[in-house]
Ligand binder design. Structure first.
Ligand code: GLV
Length: 308
């Protein structure tokens, strides 16, 4: 009866220490020290293991270390083994910081000012009040809602777009494909916080950008696969979009010759917007193990049909 951790080894030590403190009875193994694979009941992983899951015949649950589970091929995981995405406060806090930073940077024209600085240009750009800068968040899950709540005090008119209807006080809500044009038409800064699924891959494309008001800006903190890179470059070049802040790319890491690297209106960070915090994530896994033992529903269970 063992739990196998299969990800970054340095953070793995924190996981092991946390789990040993809180659940000393748990047999925790850190990859590659698997021991007898027949004893592994729980797998905690960022990416799926290379060997077929059949190597772990007693496997009961797969815990994703990330909030997203698109890195797992859900179809290849036997339906009897639930996949659980990570829900823990560290991820949300990091995402709030990054998204608020990116929205404020775009709102206050920081990419343009950094550009001007490089050219030794002392030149104010007319400012726009927050009450006239409409921010729209795609994806009103836990992270999207948390970001919207923390953007509210700045005074931006806020909207959210979601697959199914979601209500949030002070936020204009749009749901489903039919309402996407109306959502885009009122959005000056678009934040993508969607899960990556067959439906959302490539959603940030030329057509979508054309639906935004002219010179809108983009923040992608979803996945690189949401964005059509060439369409973004074209939209920045022809003025459809003014700037983009990207924390994710496809592939990661982005190859050194990719045009995003030194594009003057793209700010690029290496998928660091939010990172799972091992201390709180280990507690989230323990809570789910307790729920499982008690026959209760797991927190964060992935719906295979939806893909998140
Ligand atoms: C990070 O991208 C995550 O899915 O948690």
């Amino acid at each position: 009866m063992a739990l196998l951790y299969m990800a970054d080894p340095i953070r793995g030590d924190v996981w092991r220490r946390m789990l040993a403190e809180r659940a000393p009875e748990l047999d925790v193994r850190l990859w590659p020290e698997v021991g007898d694979p027949g004893e592994i009941r729980w797998l905690v992983a960022w990416e799926p293991p290379e060997e077929p899951l059949a190597a772990f015949p007693a496997l009961e649950i797969i815990f994703s270390i990330g909030a997203g589970v698109d890195q797992f091929d859900l179809k290849s995981i036997p339906p009897r083994v639930p996949v659980v995405r990570m829900i823990e406060p560290g991820i949300a806090e990091g995402m709030i910081e990054y998204a608020v930073m990116a929205v404020l940077a775009l709102h206050r024209d920081l990419p343009a000012y950094v550009n001007q600085q490089h050219r030794r240009l002392w030149q104010p750009i007319p400012a726009r009040p927050a009450t006239e800068r409409r921010v729209g968040v795609m994806g009103m899950g836990r992270l999207g809602r948390a970001v919207l709540e923390r953007l509210a005090p700045f005074g931006f008119p806020l909207a959210g777009w979601n697959r199914s209807p979601r209500e949030l006080p002070g936020v204009e809500s749009f749901a489903g494909a039919a309402s996407l044009p109306a959502f885009l038409a009122r959005t000056d800064i678009l934040v993508c916080l969607l899960p990556l699924t067959e439906d959302t891959r490539g959603l940030l494309d030329r057509r979508l950008f054309a639906g935004l008001p002219k010179s809108a800006a983009l923040v992608n903190v979803g996945r690189g696969g949401h964005l059509v890179a060439d369409d973004l470059l074209a939209a920045l070049d022809d003025g459809t979009l003014s700037a983009a802040v990207l924390d994710v790319a496809e592939p990661e890491p982005l190859p050194p010759d990719h045009p995003f690297w030194n594009h003057p209106r793209i700010v690029l960070t290496p998928h660091i917007a939010s990172q799972t915090r091992p201390e709180s994530a280990a507690l989230a896994v323990l809570d789910n193990l307790r729920r499982h033992a008690a026959g209760e529903a797991l927190n964060g269970i992935v719906d295979r049909a939806r893909g998140y």
